[in-house]
Structure formats: C-alpha cells, structure tokens
Design a binder for this molecule. Structure first.
Ligand SMILES: Cc1cc2nc3c(=O)[nH]c(=O)nc-3n(C[C@H](O)[C@H](O)[C@H](O)COP(=O)(O)OP(=O)(O)OC[C@H]3O[C@@H](n4cnc5c(N)ncnc54)[C@H](O)[C@@H]3O)c2cc1C
Length: 268
C-alpha cells in the first residue's frame, strides 16, 4: 500500500475544500471497499478525506413522505431503525441482508452507491423506490445516477450527502446470495407505487443494476403471478462468470420477482 495523508474535516464545506485541492484526494466512508482496493494497489490516493466527522452526512430521518438516509449512515443502523421498518420494511430488510455484521457496521449507503458494485444491494432499492440522490450541489434521480458497473453520474469532487427514498404502497426485496461474499448473484427489488410498479435487478446484469421494464408494465396491468407468465430477461444481457452462468442468473431474476410478488401478497 502506498503512503497517503489522512485528513479529518469537521464539516461539509471543509471536506469539499480539501477535495478541491488535489485530483488525488479521495473521500473515505467506512473503507469497506476503498481500503482493500488500496491494499491491492488498484487505487493509490495521495490523500484520504474521512467523512466520519461530517454531521451533514450522518443519521437518517423518516417523514410522512420519505425515508432520508445520510450518506454516512451504516447499513446496521438502517436495518435496525424501527421507524424505517415501519415506513418501508423492504428497505430495512435489504440493509439487513448486506454482508455480515462487521460489514453492516462499517459500510455506508454513500460508499455503496458511489462505488456502484454490480452486485450491491442499495442500488436496487434506489431504482426500485425511485430515490433521489442528494449531493453537495444537486439532486440526481436514481434513474440517472447509475450509469454502468462501477460508474455513476457523480462528478470529480462531488459528495453524496443523503439518499431520499419516497414511501411506496408496498415493496419487497429478495436476494440470492453468493455464499462466499454474500453479494447478490441476483437481487430483485419490487415496489408498488401509486403511479405504477418498479422492478430493479442487481447482481445479474452486464451493465450493473437495471429496471425490468417489461415486467413492470405487466404487473402494472395485473399485480399477480399470472402477469409474469411468458416473460424473461434477455440472457444475452446477463452476467456469466465462475459463480453463475448467464441463463442461471436470468432464471433467478424471474424466480425472485415471483417470490417478491408473493411476499407482498402474503403481507396484504
Ligand atoms: C466482505 C464484504 C462483503 C460485502 N457484502 C456486501 C453485500 O452483500 N451487499 C452489498 O451491497 N455490499 C456488500 N459489501 C459492500 C459494503 O456494503 C460497503 O457499502 C461498500 O464496500 C462500500 O464501503 P464503504 O461504505 O465503507 O465506502 P468506502 O469503501 O469508504 O468508499 C467506497 C467508494 O465510495 C466513495 N465514497 C464514499 N462515500 C462517499 C460519498 N458520501 N460521496 C461520494 N463518494 C463517496 C469513496 O471515495 C470510494 O471510492 C461487502 C463488503 C465486504 C468487504
């Protein structure tokens, strides 16, 4: 690992000023991805700007319309928060399915979506719930945020401050884990909103998280398993690797969508 400077700004303005000082500065959240990447020599920032002291990025709040999660909020806090669970149980469930206890206590929503790992869970919640990603300079719709795997709409030096999830009528997240890493081989976030259905798929697509619009339209017309009959995600758009073949992932997407639908129906 290369040497680096470690800075601890006390507020957002100071963090942004430090980030602007050099191209080789990188924000540090829980370090769950960044530190291993540095250890492997795949990233070599000259300066790490620790976001841990920024009150603007901390905590979460639940309002009558939204669940807004601060960028530095660890997964374990979202999973355990009773107000989040009451407002959007699927979001709390998703946070509780990430990695293991250590990862959930250090990993943050800001780090997860900035990294946009193709198998990460939060990108599916953002797309499925039609979230808005709030940064130090603008609001970005989730539909415009995730560009392709490990690529987002964030500009250099731009910091995620929070993620605002609108409340929906009902939702469920189902995930088929890689038993070693616990990342998703496929994960499906199904949400029913007042104005339609959104289905976001993680872990399976060659370009990272995506919406399965054909199934969204079908379930928008008829919210039953029958509506899914005959539908399938294109195998050529699915990832195939040593963990799972593309056709297996395509199969998982359909099974998980049906199970998410069943989970919602059982709750009703
Ligand atoms: C063993 C293991 C298992 C895991 N399993 C899962 C899993 O099952 N599901 C899952 O979804 N994830 C999983 N993860 C990932 C984990 O959930 C973390 O969220 C992820 O690694 C990012 O870590 P972090 O939040 O500590 O961010 P960091 O590693 O500190 O940062 C990651 C990247 O985001 C940037 N960044 C951080 N915060 C901000 C911000 N506010 N604004 C702009 N850029 C920012 C950093 O500069 C860096 O480039 C796993 C990780 C490990 C190590």
């Amino acid at each position: 690992m290369n040497g680096f400077a470690y800075l601890t700004p006390g507020d957002l303005a100071e963090a942004l000023a430090l980030l602007r000082q050099g191209d080789e500065a990188s924000p540090l959240a829980g370090g769950q991805t960044l530190v291993p990447t540095m250890k492997q020599g795949l990233a070599a920032p000259e300066t790490l700007i620790d976001l841990g002291g920024l009150a603007e990025l901390a905590g979460l709040r639940v309002t009558p319309t939204h669940v807004e999660v601060g960028a530095m909020c660890p997964h374990a806090v979202v999973a355990a928060d009773p107000e989040v669970r009451a407002a959007c149980p699927a979001l709390a469930d998703l946070a509780g399915m990430i990695g293991d206890a250590q990862v959930r206590n250090r990993g943050t929503i800001g780090g997860s979506i900035a990294n946009n790992d193709p198998a990460a869970d939060y990108p599916a919640a953002c797309l499925g719930l039609n979230a808005v990603i709030r940064t130090d300079r603008r609001d970005i719709d989730a539909d415009d945020f995730f560009l392709s795997m490990f690529d987002t709409a964030l500009e250099p030096g731009e910091l995620i401050v929070s993620v605002a999830f609108p409340r929906c009528r009902e939702a469920a997240y189902l995930k088929f884990r890689n038993p070693a890493s616990r990342f998703a081989l496929a994960g499906v976030f199904l949400a029913r909103h007042e104005d339609g259905v959104r289905i976001a798929v993680t872990g399976a697509g060659t370009d990272g998280v995506f919406r399965w619009s054909e199934a969204e339209a079908a379930l928008g017309r008829e919210f039953t398993a029958t509506a899914l009959a005959g539908l399938a995600v294109p195998v050529e758009d699915m990832l195939g690797d040593l963990h799972a073949a593309a056709d297996y992932r395509a199969h998982l997407v359909k099974v998980l969508t049906a199970r998410a639908l069943a989970a919602i129906s059982q709750r009703a």
